[in-house]
Ligand binder design. Structure first.
Ligand code: ADE
Length: 234
């Protein structure tokens, strides 16, 4: 699968995808990451990419020309590319979206900066607009990285062990059970003894109980949904 980051600041993103799991995924041929800088498409003699907001107001807005030329170039080169704009006013990004987008061949993320992007560019080029949460970031780069990571790890072959995806929080409605490793005792706290005895049906039952209590505590709305569905199925 291919990702293109359309950003004025590619160096913010590059490091993350050239290390660890993502780096191995690139080397293994499962993922590819490219960068496209709208500034390289600016026809302004100072390579300007922003201007004052129409109607006044604080902050600058990314102008249509450099970004739309960059995106037109991208679409010429890869006509099937799926273009996502990152914005705090987009729809909330979820694991369900990650699963759906992991089946695409090429996804591009457009990161807004300053006060945002001229809305007409969004109108013309956006296939979808996503927010990663109800808070305002300095720019869309972090949001693009979050989504690319969540999508990329679902591409077959990226994670060595596909089994590890199955029980993950959000793949089911429950949050995941907590994890433990050696030593057996840490700050006077022990590993739940059932996990050390090798009885897999008991281990699974304990994990389910722990997952239920985590979900009830941290995500009561999810807990309610799960228990309602569980009782409907019985
Ligand atoms: N840009 C700034 N804040 C954002 C957010 N919360 N989600 C996506 N893009 C953003």
């Amino acid at each position: 699968m291919r990702f293109t980051f359309v950003t004025l600041f590619p160096s913010i993103i590059e490091g993350y995808f050239t290390d660890s799991i993502m780096c191995r995924a690139v080397e293994g041929g499962y993922l590819r990451f490219d960068y496209l800088n709208p500034r390289d498409y600016s026809v302004d003699k100072h390579r300007k990419v922003d201007d004052t907001a129409a109607g006044g107001g604080a902050g600058m807005v990314m102008t249509p020309q450099p970004l739309s030329d960059a995106l037109a170039h991208l679409k010429d080169e890869s006509p099937g590319v799926h273009i996502i704009f990152t914005t705090p006013v987009g729809k909330p990004f979820s694991q369900k979206d990650a699963r759906r987008l992991a089946r695409k061949e090429h996804v591009a993320f457009v990161s807004g900066r300053y006060e945002g992007i001229d809305e007409r560019v969004v109108e013309v080029f956006a296939d979808e607009c996503f927010s990663i949460g109800d808070y305002i970031l300095t720019g869309g780069e972090l949001a693009s990285m979050v989504m690319a990571d969540a999508i990329g790890r679902l591409v077959p072959g990226v994670l060595g062990n596909a089994k590890s995806l199955e029980m993950e929080s959000f793949e089911t409605d429950l949050l995941e059970a907590p994890s433990f490793t050696k030593p057996k005792s840490f700050h006077n706290l022990s590993i739940p003894s059932e996990l050390l005895k090798g009885n897999h049906s008991k281990i699974n039952a304990l994990k389910k109980t722990m997952a239920l209590s985590k979900t009830k505590y941290f995500r009561p709305e999810r807990y309610l949904k799960f228990t309602q569905r569980d009782s409907d199925e019985k």
